[in-house]
Ligand binder design. Structure first.
Ligand code: ATP
Length: 225
């Protein structure tokens, strides 16, 4: 069980960035996506997180499809409602974290589940507090993101991304703005999350980090092989 992307093709301006590529993330594994600059790592992560659309192929998490390859090989996207269901199975932590600056840390966590009416306020607060505790920043629950260090913002972004218990959690360059000690703290946190069965995808240029914390590495040099 986990994420399965099959026969994925993505072009920009008629040029293949990803061509007929198969990719999986199993429950509990930490897949690191490494490779030269401009080879499509971020593009693949954006496809899985609905920020770009695949031209061809199938993307599914467990039994929840985002798109299915049709008879002509094109990616047929499911309805908007079903896309939302898929979206709740996957979370993303952005390189610049993208926390809402005008909301406190806990309000950042509450936003998606309450906007989608997926939890009561009490349930959401309880879940957010427990995640902030796990991330070691419960004392920061009522402050604004701008007052946090980079590592603390990363932890707040992870808590927010985990509010809906995603089966897959993606990180774009999680260590790029962090010193080595802070990066190791995040690496251990990621291992802890994976040990509960969440599948992890990490796009990174940090080879040491990938080797230390990844359980499997995929090279984007293969995307158009
Ligand atoms: N929205 C877009 N429109 C046009 N071209 C794009 C778009 N997004 C990405 N590209 C192109 O797709 C290619 C792959 O970009 P991508 O950012 O996925 O690579 P990457 O491997 O993540 O690079 P880096 O390691 O530098 O972050 C690049 O040539 C890029 O210019």
């Amino acid at each position: 069980m986990g994420l399965k992307a099959t026969n994925i093709t993505k072009q920009f301006n008629g040029i293949d960035v990803i061509k007929k590529f198969d990719f999986t993330i199993d429950a509990g594994e930490i897949v690191t996506l490494v490779g030269r600059s401009g080879t499509g790592k971020t593009t693949l992560m954006r496809l899985l997180n609905q920020l770009e659309k695949a031209d061809n192929g199938t993307i599914v998490i467990d039994d929840t499809f985002l798109c299915k390859e049709n008879a002509e090989g094109k990616a047929d996207y499911v309805s908007k409602k079903e896309q939302k269901t898929y979206g709740n199975q996957i979370g993303m932590v952005f390189q610049d974290y993208q926390l809402f600056p005008n909301l406190t840390v806990i309000e950042n966590c509450l936003e998606a589940p309450l906007a989608q009416k997926l939890m009561t306020k009490e349930e959401a607060v309880q879940k957010a507090e427990s995640l902030l505790q796990q991330m070691g920043i419960l004392d920061k629950r009522d402050v604004y993101p701008g007052t946090l260090s980079g590592g603390q913002q990363q932890r707040a972004a992870i808590a927010r991304a985990m509010m809906l218990n995603p089966k897959i959690l993606c990180f774009d360059e999680p260590t790029s703005a962090l010193d080595r000690d802070t990066a190791n703290g995040i690496g251990k946190m990621i291992q802890e999350i994976a040990s509960d069965g969440t599948g992890i995808l990490i796009v990174t240029h940090d080879i040491d980090f990938a080797e230390q914390y990844g359980t499997r590495s995929v090279s984007s040099d293969l995307f158009i092989a």
